[in-house]
Design a protein around this ligand. Structure first.
Ligand SMILES: *Cc1c(COP(=O)(O)O)cnc(C)c1O
Length: 365
C-alpha cells in the first residue's frame, strides 16, 4: 500500500485555487472579463516584452541560478546588498520556502482569517499549524489581536500583507513598525508587499535588514508579469543563506529574469499603471456609490464592494460569471459580504458595470 506522508494524507482532496480557465471550461465560455485575480489589465512594460522577445532564442539555456543581474538592479533599487535578496518564481514559491525553512513541520504560523491563502496552503502542506485572528469589522488588520496571540502562542512566524489582499487596506509605516517591535523576539515576520508598487516607497517601513523580517515583492502586479512567475524576498544575509539551502536553483524562468530586469528600467511604465489603477479604483467607488453600496478604501489594484450579506455577494459573483465577468470574493467573515473586483481597463470596467447593474437587479438585497 502506497501512502503519502501523514501531513499530506490529512489534507482533504480539494482544489484550493480554481482558475478562470477551469471556470470557462465548466461553463462553456469562450471569453471572460478577467477581474478576479488582481492581474494587471495593463500588460507588461513594452520594454520588458521587447527584451523577452529578443532573448527567446536563448530559452534553450537555463537562467542564471543566482539571478545576479536582477539582484544587482534590485539591490540598487532597495539600497541593500545583493546578499540580502533572493529571487524566486513568484512570492507564492518564496512563501513555501519560508514556511519550509522556518515553520514546518511542527511549528505554528499566525495569520488573519481570510487573508492571502497561499501561506495557509504551504503551512498545511509542510505539516505546520495555523493560528488565526479575524479582520476588524472595517476590514483592517487587527494588529492588537495579532500581538496578543503572538505573545500567548509564540508562533514561529506571523504573516501580514501590506497593503493587504483581499481587503485592500494599508497599515501606516509607524503603526507597522510599532507592531513589529512589539512582537516576541523569536517570531519571524513575513511581510508580504505584493502591492508595494501602488503605495509611495516613503509610506513603507525603511528596509530594516533584520533576521526577524522577510519582505516579499513581486513582478506580478504593477509590472504585469504574473504569467512569467517572478518575485523576490528582501531579508538578512543569514536568512538568505538559509533559503539558499533549499531553494530550487533553476526554478526561475530565464525569460522572466530578462523581463523583470527590463521592467525595473521602465519607471515611466510603472507610474502609468499606478495612475490607471487609481482611475479604476475611483470608477469602482463611484459605481458602488451610485448603487448605494459601500466600499473599503483600497491601496491596491482592486476594490471590495459591500453587498450586505455573504449570500448576496456569493450569488452576485456566480451571476457575474454567468455573464462572462470573473471576479472573486473574500471567503471569511467579516469580509465575506464583499465582492473583490480587480482594476480593469476602461472597457473592462464598463463591462463589469453593465453586468453588475443587471445582476444586482436580479439578486435582491
Ligand atoms: C498576488 C499576490 C501574491 C502572489 O505573488 P506571485 O509573485 O505572483 O506569486 C502574493 N501575495 C499577495 C498578497 C498577493 O495578492
Amino acid at each position: 500500500m502506497i501512502r503519502p506522508a501523514p501531513a499530506i494524507a490529512a489534507i482533504p482532496p480539494t482544489t484550493p485555487f480554481i482558475g478562470p480557465e477551469e471556470l470557462m471550461r465548466e461553463r462553456g465560455l469562450s471569453s471572460l472579463v478577467r477581474l478576479g485575480a488582481n492581474e494587471s489589465a495593463f500588460g507588461p512594460s513594452p520594454r520588458a516584452m521587447e527584451a523577452m522577445r529578443a532573448e527567446l532564442e536563448r530559452l534553450s539555456w537555463y537562467g542564471d541560478p543566482e539571478s545576479y543581474e536582477l539582484r544587482a538592479a534590485l539591490a540598487r533599487k532597495h539600497a541593500c546588498r545583493i546578499d540580502e535578496l533572493v529571487v524566486g518564481s513568484g512570492i507564492d514559491e518564496l512563501m513555501g520556502l519560508v514556511v519550509r525553512a522556518f515553520v514546518a513541520p511542527g511549528g505554528t504560523a499566525l495569520t488573519t482569517r481570510g487573508s492571502y491563502p497561499t501561506l495557509n496552503y504551504h503551512v498545511i502542506g509542510y505539516g505546520g499549524r495555523l493560528l488565526f485572528v479575524a479582520y476588524r469589522p472595517d476590514g483592517r488588520l487587527d494588529l492588537d489581536a495579532l500581538l496578543a496571540i503572538a505573545h500567548a502562542e509564540r508562533p514561529s512566524l506571523v504573516y501580514l500583507a501590506n497593503p493587504d489582499n483581499p481587503s485592500g487596506t494599508f497599515v501606516a509605516r509607524d503603526e507597522l513598525q510599532r507592531f513589529i517591535d512589539a512582537l516576541p523576539g523569536e517570531t519571524l515576520v513575513l511581510l508580504d508587499e505584493a502591492y508595494a508598487d501602488f503605495v509611495d516607497e516613503a509610506e513603507l517601513i525603511a528596509p530594516p535588514i533584520d533576521d526577524r523580517i522577510i519582505r516579499t515583492r513581486t513582478f506580478s502586479k504593477a509590472y504585469g508579469l504574473a504569467g512569467a512567475r517572478i518575485g523576490y524576498a528582501i531579508t538578512s544575509e543569514t536568512n538568505v543563506q538559509t533559503l539558499q539551502k533549499i531553494r530550487l536553483h533553476y526554478g526561475v524562468n530565464r525569460n522572466a529574469q530578462v523581463g523583470a530586469l527590463a521592467s525595473l528600467q521602465d519607471d515611466a511604465f510603472c507610474a502609468y499603471v499606478v495612475r490607471e489603477v487609481e482611475a479604476a479604483r475611483r470608477d469602482y467607488y463611484a459605481l458602488a456609490n451610485e448603487l448605494g453600496l459601500g466600499t473599503i478604501a483600497s491601496r491596491t489594484n482592486f476594490v471590495c464592494i459591500d453587498l450586505g450579506t455573504a449570500e448576496r455577494a456569493t450569488r452576485a459573483m456566480h451571476e457575474l460569471l454567468g455573464r462572462g465577468v470573473w471576479i472573486r470574493k473574500p471567503g471569511a467573515a467579516p469580509l465575506d459580504r464583499y465582492v473583490r473586483v480587480s482594476a480593469g481597463t476602461v472597457s473592462m470596467r464598463a463591462a463589469f458595470a453593465a453586468a453588475f447593474h443587471a445582476v444586482l437587479a436580479e439578486v435582491p438585497a
